[in-house]
Design a protein around this ligand. Structure first.
Ligand SMILES: Cc1cc2nc3c(=O)[nH]c(=O)nc-3n(C[C@H](O)[C@H](O)[C@H](O)COP(=O)(O)O)c2cc1C
Length: 221
């Protein structure tokens, strides 16, 4: 696939076919992704790949905690007050994600069902958790993690697979550590749901928006 087509064609996939992803294919993706750049080639990331029974346990836990209203305790702090422009884009995404599925704003059950799908990693057959050492962590190391997760998403897309980055998969790190044997000194940053996309599902097809260049680029000639 041409690079620009891959960059533009990758999109978050929120429904997967039930087909498993062969371990060899997951390995190929990770073999490519490990060539992502990082500060001083420090490669601060670790990746925990969940499939099969372990992934089933994760999904059950994440759903159970969500339904019980358990307080989230993400290793990475969430922004509480979004700047106006970002808040507006976040709100727009929320609306389009619901309307693409025909869920009305006042349809509490429909919204809850969608939320449950999300915390169940959209039933992906594979979930990769991107982690980073708790020690010496500053913003640049988070940037490094961002680079490898984007590379994973692009390489997966190139192979006909779909991904969805999921902060919603990293909200109960203490529980995840028990299931996935992730050591205490590792922060769990984000999950990447991985699988074969279901092309007929409307949420995998709606038209996405991006800010125009003049909103985000400041030229100084
Ligand atoms: C750090 C991060 C966390 C995300 N967490 C979630 C999530 O929990 N649930 C979800 O549905 N999408 C999540 N996304 C996906 C974004 O909503 C998505 O990338 C954005 O809307 C742009 O759409 P696109 O990926 O289809 O281009 C996350 C993306 C990033 C970068």
């Amino acid at each position: 696939m041409e690079l620009a087509a891959a960059v533009r064609g990758r999109r978050s996939i929120r429904k997967f076919k039930s087909q498993d992803v062969p371990k060899s294919v997951i390995m190929e993706i990770l073999e490519d992704a490990r060539w992502s750049p990082s500060w001083g080639n420090t490669q601060p990331w670790t990746l925990c790949v969940l499939t099969g029974n372990t992934l089933a346990k994760f999904k059950e836990m994440n759903l159970r905690q969500t339904l019980a209203g358990a307080a989230t305790a993400s290793d990475v702090p969430m922004l509480e007050q979004w700047p106006d422009a970002m808040k507006a884009r976040y709100g727009d995404l929320g609306k389009v994600v619901l309307s693409a599925q025909g869920i009305q704003r006042d349809d509490k059950a429909g919204r809850m069902k969608y939320y449950q799908d999300m915390v169940s990693a959209f039933d992906a057959p594979c979930l990769i958790l991107a982690c980073i050492s708790r020690d010496n962590l500053v913003e640049y190391q988070m940037l490094d993690v961002g680079l490898i997760i984007q590379t994973i998403c692009l390489v997966a897309h190139d192979k006909g697979l779909g991904t969805c980055l999921l902060a919603a998969a990293a909200r109960y790190p203490a529980e995840i550590r028990k299931i996935a044997a992730i050591p205490d000194d590792q922060k769990i940053v984000v999950g990447i749901a991985l699988g074969y996309p279901d092309p007929s599902f409307p949420l995998n097809n709606f038209e996405r928006e991006r800010a125009k260049l003049d909103e985000i680029v400041h030229w100084v000639e």
